[in-house]
Design a protein around this ligand. Structure first.
Ligand SMILES: *Cc1c(COP(=O)(O)O)cnc(C)c1O
Length: 292
């Protein structure tokens, strides 16, 4: 049985927040990727010999799958669009770590990418599994149910009766959706990091028939482009770091910003991990002239 991850407390703008420290589970297989891949982690080695996935070159899901496959002794093939000049010259960040963990990377031509990905499942043998981009898959449900159970037990044990809401950021929305389903008596706050709220709803509806009524998507006041550097995100990242916990630079700052702006309850924030990607993001901020 796995140890529950701890709960920390931070103060931010005069408010207290509790943080479920899923970032501490493992260096590479951490945060919500650990929860989403939990079922696969529990699967006997003999069941598969190869995992196939696809998506961004610095994806946290890619790194988590690379770590999982190494642990299991499974082959891991990962498809992306063509690499950037920088990555071709010298791998860095999550991409470099995933390669070190044994990932087999295949870059597809831009025009071929969509069609190739759509055909991935056509001729699979029984020991190969395709995991969709970002781990957006019904297999995520089990790990998130376990997270909900763990958190409710800790809430009881630590006497956290004033907690009435939870928060976790969204890319595909898989984490927030299954968490909301598993905790029907609580509000689950999330924000759309990758596109807008309407698109996030669509992505979630690919995994369920109707969205749970306790799932609350906070709409950002301003439009943000995913993985672009923004001053307010950078500042919030440092403020959170000073309060004692490091969060990722892609998803967390937007949710924190909207939580501070649009909520008043006592919230338990589920840390979604992703801090291994911060080195390469901080370098981008530095290149843009932000002081580190
Ligand atoms: C993948 C990821 C998310 C988004 O999770 P979804 O389940 O796709 O919504 C959020 N935060 C971090 C740090 C991630 O790596």
């Amino acid at each position: 049985m796995m140890q529950p991850t701890p709960i920390s407390k931070i103060s931010l703008d005069g408010r207290d927040f509790l943080i479920k420290r899923d970032d501490l589970y493992d260096r590479f297989l951490a945060g919500n990727k650990y929860r989403k891949l939990y079922k696969l982690l529990q699967t006997p080695k003999e069941r598969y010999n190869k995992i196939i996935s696809y998506g961004g070159t610095q994806s946290n899901a890619m790194l988590a799958l690379a770590a999982l496959c190494k642990q299991k002794g499974w082959e891991f093939t990962y498809y992306t669009k063509p690499l950037s000049k920088q990555l071709l010259k010298l791998p860095y960040g999550n991409f470099a770590k995933a390669l070190e963990l044994g990932m087999c990377h295949i870059a597809l031509e831009e025009e071929l990418y969509r069609g190739f990905i759509a055909s991935l499942r056509l001729e699979l043998d029984a020991q190969t599994l395709v995991v969709d981009q970002g781990g957006a898959n019904p297999i995520a449900q089990e790990g998130l149910e376990l997270l909900a159970k763990e958190v409710m037990e800790q809430k009881e044990l630590l006497d956290l009766h004033n907690i009435t809401a939870f928060a976790t950021p969204s890319g595909t929305g898989t984490t927030a959706l299954f968490l909301a389903r598993a905790l029907p008596r609580y509000t689950i706050y999330t924000t759309p990091s990758v596109a807008d709220a309407a698109y996030l709803r669509l992505q979630m509806l690919a995994l369920c028939d109707t969205l749970p009524p306790n799932l609350h998507i906070l709409k950002p006041k301003k439009k943000y482009h995913f993985a672009k550097p923004y001053r307010e995100f950078y500042e919030l990242y440092h403020k959170l770091l000073q309060s004692g916990v490091e969060f990722d630079l892609l998803y967390a700052p937007l949710l924190w910003q909207e939580l501070l702006d649009q909520t008043t309850e006592n919230i338990l924030y589920i840390h979604s991990g992703g801090i291994t990607g911060n080195d390469s993001m901080l370098q981008r901020y530095a290149r843009k002239g932000f002081a580190t």
